[in-house]
Design a protein around this ligand. Structure first.
Ligand code: HOZ
Length: 428
């Protein structure tokens, strides 16, 4: 493992990239501006480790922002993709794998009797909203400040993830007409939800049930049940965006852990095993409204792509009960090690966890909403990240993104991470 990094080749690539790619990247957070440094260009990865173009090796806690629950380049997933590739990369026609994948999802998510695949979580969110509006005959949506459901126009106001990271409250280019039917309330605020429900006939209440795009800010006791009840009273659909949490926090996502079922579920990341795939699904009665079964239109040339389906199937089939026990233990060991390291250095932090997800907030207490996440010490987080990177640990370069421990992280990886954390905290 590296103890300091040289980045000559990354710097050269970044200079070239800036001429051709806005900000030098194809998605904003990886540019690392929020932690005050330039992006690191990756050459290859295996298990829990990535290697950059300068040969620096890191323990990776981004893991492609969630899809790689088994770590990088898992041999069974790679084999599945290679086998699928030899049979053709895309047909624009249905395959057996798509039916198998829908079966695998339905077994884990009882609320998802049917699904439609898309290529990205953004598309899946957008399509779930269209369906909710079509079946309710209503247009207004309720979402939470700091939640992120992809870069759908109507949901970009007060959104988490890259918008929060860059401090963009609402993206230019999104017309007011696209957002004026979005009602935004603070996460974990039952009164605000009740008030919004009293004032609006909603098509949907849309939530990440464990929000992880303002950092990980779990729901307070009873909040998900409240959302379920309020949606039912209002006549709205409850839409859970489980792009990050699905197949990760439990086989059946937050819905399994919390025992609260959604009407529509948005899935992504793990379902594609590291290739571009996402989906939305719900009851047969709802999903039969989607074309060609019904008249709610939605389509995609690469939807259900056979390589992504092969990667997704291989990924899901390796996720047995023991895997979830192990992922939970790894997450908890990392969290308690980080808490101890911070305490040892006298740095106040609050570490939130659910199995497979973690955020270290630089604050005395864990935030319970977006305003709380915004109030954390982002300079300290940035300095901590730079300290980790210099010691061979690659954290999410934003206070608003969760860490993604994987099944490939071993006790040696955790030891190295915690040694680096001790040193990085001491520098603060
Ligand atoms: N939406 C991802 C994070 N939640 C993308 C991060 C990036 O910009 O690479």
């Amino acid at each position: 493992m590296s103890v300091s990094i040289t980045d000559t080749k990354s710097a050269e690539l970044y200079a070239r990239a800036l001429q051709r790619l806005p900000g030098g990247v194809n998605s904003p957070v990886r540019a690392m501006r929020a932690i005050g440094r330039d992006p690191i260009f990756i050459d290859r990865a295996e298990g829990a480790e990535i290697v950059d173009v300068d040969g620096n090796r890191y323990v990776d806690y981004v893991c492609s922002w969630g899809p790689l629950i088994h770590g990088h380049a898992h041999p069974e997933i790679v084999d599945a993709v290679i086998t699928a590739t030899r049979r053709g990369t895309s047909y624009g026609a249905p395959t057996a794998g798509e039916v198998d994948l829908a079966d695998e999802v339905a077994r884990r998510f009882p609320s998802v009797e049917m699904l439609r695949m898309t290529s990205s979580g953004t598309e899946a969110s957008m399509s779930a909203i269209r369906l909710a509006r079509a079946v309710t005959g209503r247009t207004t949506l309720l979402k939470f400040a700091g939640a992120y459901h992809g870069h759908v126009d109507g949901l970009l106001a007060q959104a988490g993830s890259g918008l929060a990271t860059a401090g963009i409250p609402a993206s230019p280019g999104v017309p007011e007409s696209a957002t004026h039917e979005t009602v935004i309330v603070p996460w974990n605020d039952g009164e605000a939800v009740a008030k919004a429900c009293a004032e609006h006939e909603l098509a949907a209440i849309l939530a990440e049930p464990y929000p992880a795009n303002m950092g990980l800010v779990p729901p307070v006791e009873g909040f998900l049940e409240l959302l379920r009840n309020k949606a039912d009273e209002n006549g709205a659909l409850l839409v859970f965006d489980e792009v990050i949490t699905g197949f990760r926090v439990a086989a059946g996502g937050v819905q399994e852990r919390a025992g609260v079922a959604a009407d529509l579920t948005v899935m992504g990341k793990v379902i594609g095993g590291g290739l571009p795939a996402a989906a939305y699904g719900g009851s047969r009665a709802l999903m039969d409204n989607i074309a060609p079964a019904g008249d709610v239109y939605q389509a995609g040339t690469l939807s259900g792509n056979p390589l992504a389906v092969a990667a997704g199937l291989a990924t899901l089939r390796m996720l047995d009960d023991a895997a979830y026990v192990r992922l939970s233990a790894t997450t908890e060991a990392l969290a308690s090690g980080l808490r101890d390291a911070a305490a040892g250095a006298g740095v106040p932090v609050a570490v939130t966890t659910v199995p497979g997800l973690l955020t270290i907030f630089f604050a005395e207490t864990a935030p319970r909403d977006y305003a709380g996440a915004q109030a954390c010490d982002h300079e300290a987080y940035a300095a901590f990240c730079r300290g980790l990177l210099a010691r061979g640990v690659y954290p999410p370069p934003s206070q608003y993104e969760a860490w993604f421990p994987s099944l490939a992280h071993t006790s040696e990886h955790l030891d190295l991470t915690l040694d680096a954390a001790h040193a990085a905290f001491a520098e603060l």
